[in-house]
Write a protein that binds this ligand. Structure first.
Ligand code: AMP
Length: 399
């Protein structure tokens, strides 16, 4: 069975065609500058040179048409006919309070995605365009929506409700949703299966540390807590996002800088986090690490602050679960930065967590990095959101 996985942004569209019999990627690519001059499609197949085409893509519909054309092309294509693609899985940012799981797209699903435009103004309209573009170009092929918010829907009201008047929850669905849900779901389940965690010992903390970062706590794969909130701005200090702060900071900046709330939120999303703490040196952790090694105090501050918030979140989640059986690191920093993992985990030495220094050198590979006598097992497990989307798609279209 072949599944096309689509991640549509406002002016871009990432895709992978996955052969689910072997869970292998047979082609992938990116359409950039959709709706803007200079659109470009980059198409990659394993073992062959990249194919790059510059062609107008005024809408997502034209972008999908180009992708399908490349996939069936006699020279560089990987399928002989569009009908060889059995289903399409779409990453959709927000399913509001309606969807706790992935679902086959129909008119009702599209209506809910549309109703959630307010909650995901940058992503949901683009996600819907991706779905409609597939419907137009591949009539009869089922589309599945996989929501980034589904995993966080496992939280109980005491965790997801903001302590603000109830009317804002009932009128606008204002609550904590959590994001990176597809990744947290995938990695927490992989932790259970890879670590062979026995029943009753499946309290898992997943540290998804990348440019955007979030941490989740789950029991038996059900989310108990996750650090992002109504939007991805809440929670940890991130690459360019501030993470949680006193809302009065927004009012103060808006008043004193004569700034609109919109502009202030853009600043908090795009110009804050470790980028701001490092004195605008970089949001890339490799640059910050080099700065730290060179004795740059701002880079040290940025990294210390990042670690501090991660440590406090992990510690809080251990308490909330009354203990923890496994802690797993994933995403760009979590998978590659052994120094970050070691420095974070050192704070839990008091409870008997021990990291094997040699195993902790691992980059981008599945590995248990704790010592055999560690009280808690610690893993690195690469995330694979596309595969998670494709697996859900197969499950839903074959039942
Ligand atoms: P992601 O958002 O998951 O793609 O992660 C991107 C982040 O991972 C960037 O901030 C990179 O600096 C970071 N990253 C990637 N490779 C490494 C590495 N070897 N050491 C430290 N950070 C890394």
């Amino acid at each position: 069975m072949k599944v096309l996985v689509i991640n549509a942004g406002s002016s871009s569209l990432k895709y992978q065609l996955i052969d689910m019999d072997h869970e292998s990627v047979i082609a992938k690519g990116l359409c950039e500058r959709i709706g803007i001059d200079g659109s470009k499609h980059t198409y990659k197949t394993p073992g062959r040179e990249d194919y790059v085409e510059e062609a107008p893509m005024p809408t997502h519909q034209q972008a999908i048409a180009l992708v399908l054309k490349a996939l069936v092309d006699p020279d560089h294509g990987v399928v002989s006919n569009i009908n060889d693609i059995d289903a399409v899985g779409h990453r959709v940012l927000h399913g509001g309070s309606t969807y706790t799981q992935s679902i086959v797209v129909d008119e009702d699903v599209k209506k809910v995605i549309r109703e959630c435009f307010d909650l995901g103004p940058l992503h949901n309209p683009a996600n819907l365009m991706g779905i409609e573009a597939c419907e137009a170009n591949m009539p009869g092929t089922p589309n599945v929506a996989v929501f980034d918010t589904s995993f966080g829907m496992g939280m109980e009201p005491y965790a997801y409700r903001y302590a603000i008047p109830e009317e804002y929850y009932t009128k606008y669905q204002l609550r904590r949703y959590g994001f990176h849900g597809t990744s947290h779901n995938f990695v927490s389940h992989e932790t259970i299966s890879y670590g062979k965690l026995p029943e009753g010992h499946r309290r898992v903390i997943v540290c998804h540390l990348g440019n955007g970062s979030s941490i989740s706590a789950s029991v038996d794969g059900k989310c108990l807590e996750t650090s992002m909130g109504l939007t991805p701005l809440e929670g940890l200090v991130m690459g360019t996002r501030s993470g949680s702060l006193d809302p009065a900071v927004v009012q103060f900046i808006c008043d004193h800088e004569n700034m609109s709330v919109d502009d202030c939120l853009t600043m908090l999303n795009k110009k804050s986090g470790v980028l701001a703490l490092s004195g605008n040196k970089s949001s890339d952790f490799r640059d910050l690490r080099q700065g730290e090694l060179d004795g740059d105090e701002r880079c040290q501050l940025a990294l210390e602050s990042f670690r501090h918030h991660a440590i406090m979140t992990i510690g809080g989640y251990i308490s909330a679960m009354g203990g923890v059986d496994a802690i797993t690191f994933t995403a760009g920093i979590g998978e590659n930065d052994g120094d970050m993992r070691e420095k974070i985990m050192k704070h839990f030495a008091y409870m008997g967590i021990k990291i094997d220094e040699e195993k902790n050198q691992v980059r981008g590979e599945k590995m248990e990095i704790s010592t055999p006598d560690s009280t808690v097992r610690v893993f690195v497990i690469p995330t694979n959101e596309e595969l998670a989307i494709a697996r859900d798609t197969v499950r839903l279209v074959t039942r």
